[in-house]
Design a protein around this ligand. Structure first.
Ligand code: V0V
Ligand code: CO
Length: 141
């Protein structure tokens, strides 16, 4: 079902402060930046690797509001790894298969993700305390 690690989502207080650290430490480059109102985040994608199965990124996440998943996470736990996202070729069939097994889905149908992707979150409870996202990337991402 899973084709790659698409991204690691990292909660930060400020993109402007965090991005230069990643650029300097690893020579990564921001290839996409976007505000996602529904998710309450301003996010930056830094490309790590392009492979046959698709791309892998670091996703830096700054909250747009305190009362958002990343805003609440920062207040409770401080900055750090917020979620891991796996690439899938077909998110509809992946979600259908997970529903069949009675899995606890945050999103039962895909929602809008970064750069035109279709995404869905799985609850951390069922996955060792790790918030997990599935990503069906848009063509070319
Ligand atoms: C909360 N919890 C987490 C967590 N956030 N555990 C692991 N990783 C996280 N990131 C735990 C928290 O410690 C509590 O555990 C429990 O879940 C309930 O926490 P809460 O603060 O009361 O939060 P809830 O229940 O209101 O919401 C938690 C969920 C929420 C996971 C349901 O954060 C959510 O819907 N997340 C999915 C959307 C999202 O994260 N969007 C931002 C990224 P205890 O204390 O009860 O044990 S957007 C993105 O990645 C995009 C756009 C993209 O990739 O394209
Ligand atoms: Co993400």
């Amino acid at each position: 079902m899973l084709s790659r690690i698409d991204h690691v989502g990292i909660a930060v207080a400020s993109l402007a402060e965090a991005i230069p650290h990643y650029e300097k430490a690893f020579g990564l480059k921001v290839v996409h930046q976007e505000d996602n109102e529904r998710q309450g985040v301003r996010e930056a994608m830094l490309l790590v690797h392009s492979g046959e199965a698709g791309n892998s990124y670091v996703q830096l996440l700054e909250p747009l509001r305190e009362d958002s998943p990343v805003g609440k996470f920062l207040a409770k736990r401080g900055p750090g790894i917020h979620h891991i996202a796996y690439g899938v070729a077909d998110i509809d069939s992946a979600l259908a298969a997970l529903t069949e097994t009675g899995f606890d889905l945050v999103n039962k149908t895909p929602v809008h993700g970064t750069a035109g992707s279709r995404i869905a979150f799985l609850h951390p409870k069922g996955l060792g305390g790790v918030l997990t996202e599935l990503v069906e990337a848009a063509e070319g991402h």
